[in-house]
Design a protein around this ligand. Structure first.
Ligand code: GSH
Length: 223
């Protein structure tokens, strides 16, 4: 196994995108293997490297890591993006799990039929504006700790919040207008050197899913 992390997934966001964000914010270099065919997936199964026969999978530090949460937590722990204090860690987890709940609603968007798509989009907008963003707006406003969600330094919750805000803005360009702390947060965090690099064109950040991505996932999984 190479010393660089290797990500095995499709050439698109999906469940791997948050992992890419956390690795990039941590300054950990990675290479990617993009699945294109069912045979490539079958080979991974045969090689026994997918614990639950699922992706994403990350080869890192001599391990074949699966389960998105586990991978993100490992990278965040390794990179000092998790607070040591248990109470702060609980807050990071609560924020991240909320982001994940909203992210799970967005994940299938590209795969939905037009009527379901519109319905789901509305649901995401409502949930984002009424349930989730107010929580992060308040946390940033109450913080007084230099503009981070928890404590006085960058955590995985901040990284994943920026990912979420940018993804939401792609769908709903005016969504942040009623959330001044989130706007300020977005501006500041986007200037953090590792993140700034990841936001540049040509980085390993993936664009919104296109038809090629959708067709590839469908054909690999027979769905
Ligand atoms: N809990 C897992 C879910 C992984 C998952 O559902 N992966 C999809 C691709 S994004 C998959 O491999 N689906 C095929 C299957 O479940 O058999 C995680 O968070 O990593």
């Amino acid at each position: 196994m190479s010393s660089k992390a290797k990500l095995v997934y499709f050439n698109g966001r999906g469940r791997m995108e948050s992992i890419r964000w956390v690795l990039a914010a941590a300054g950990i270099e990675f290479e990617e293997e993009f699945l294109k065919t069912k045979d490539e997936y079958q080979k991974l199964l045969k090689d026994g490297v997918l614990l639950y026969e699922q992706l994403p999978m990350v080869e890192m530090d001599g391990m074949h890591l699966v389960q998105t949460r586990a991978i993100i937590n490992y990278v965040a722990d390794k990179a000092g993006l998790q607070p040591r204090d248990a109470r702060q860690r609980a807050h990071v987890d609560m924020y991240v799990e909320g982001m994940r709940d909203l992210g799970e609603l967005m994940l299938p968007l590209a795969f939905l039929k037009p009527e379901e798509f519109e319905q789901r989009l509305k649901q995401v907008e409502d949930k984002a504006s009424k349930r989730y963003l107010p929580v992060y707006e308040k946390a940033l406003g109450d913080g007084g700790g230099g503009g981070f969600l928890v404590g006085t330094s960058l955590t995985v919750a901040d990284v994943l919040l920026l990912e979420l805000l940018l993804a939401l803005e792609e769908r709903f360009p005016k969504l942040l207008s009623g959330f001044p702390h989130l706007q300020d947060f977005k501006g500041r965090l986007s200037q953090e050197p590792n993140i700034k690099r990841f936001l540049q064109p040509g980085s390993q950040r993936k664009a919104m899913p296109d038809q090629v991505y959708v067709d590839t996932v469908r054909s690999v999984y027979n769905i």
